[in-house]
Design a protein around this ligand. Sequence first.
Ligand SMILES: [Zn+2]
Length: 378
Amino acid sequence: MAAHMDSPEVRRYNRIRRWLGISDFAVGFVFLIVLLVTGWSASLRDLAYKLGAQGFSLSLLIYLVLLLAISKALGIGLEYYGFRLERRFQLSHQKVGSWLWDEVKGFLVGAILGGVVVELVYFTIRQWPQHWWLLAWVLFMGLFVLLAQLAPVVLFPIFYKFEPLEDEDLRRRLVVLSERAGTRVRGVYRWKLSEKSKKANAALTGLGHTRRIILADTLLDNYTPDEIEAILAHELGHHVHRHILKSIGVQAGITLLGFWAANWALHYAVDHHMFEQLSDFANLPLLALISVVLSFLLMPALNAYSRFNERQADRYAFESTASIEPFISSMNKLADQNLAERAPAKWVEWLFHSHPSISRRLAAAEAWERKHAVHPQV
Ligand SMILES: [Zn+2]
């Protein structure tokens, strides 16, 4: 892989991004530990009860908002640094005001979704202390599926503008690809990413009626129709292989494990007199800690699973397009445009990357071509 050495600039950018991610995780982790060990969580709970006039549900919501606000205050410096980093490396020209507005919206969306989840969780704990974790899991997964379906039409538009793709040539290409796949995606949308970032991106999103491919304008405006077709074919590969459904299945398994562990930890904490009862919501940081630790431990496995899916979608793109060249040139463009590391260290890819490195994807494309190429006429 020495042929694709990354420039010092690319390596520096990616190293800083990694450190930002790790620092953000560390700040959140330490915050939760401190809350539990110092008893500040109990003080926050008492404050929330005072503000919430002793009502359980309202006080729980207030407690959550206080918790989220403090954690935002602790993390905003790192987030601002991340925003400046994108500008420093010419990857974004978003203004501070626009970034701040996104932060506000993100906080509100997080508070609303988090509010629904914690109210459901503590409702089940109070109603069915024996089997709450099973019930909470069922409700959580119901919410998760609903959100996966609503995200493209409700969540994403809060942050980005979308419009149906107008390009007739591209639409026709997609129809041909879809017919060959024997399936249909409901729509292709132009995703106005350029207001926030110069990076290119594309994705398959939604469930059922909201299932759609979104293509960033940063991609549509800079790539040839053949290259966009190769990327469409990759996204269609995710659809054909039912990757969203499978990922929800994986999520269901992990969440079940999480709720089981949460139940165990809450009982342990009550038995050891850290809390008086299961439904004392001062134990919320303990639940959050379980979810954080579990995601951390499972990250390499989940990323490996995601890379497996990406390879499958790539293979689908090789098989369903006339030539491998547009795929190769689109990968090269993506790497340059996004300052992606073409050949990151093995452990970095193994731990952090949801996609195989560009050099691996190119190698797979070239290997596929060698194996399947129709020999050119002399
Ligand atoms: Zn993909």
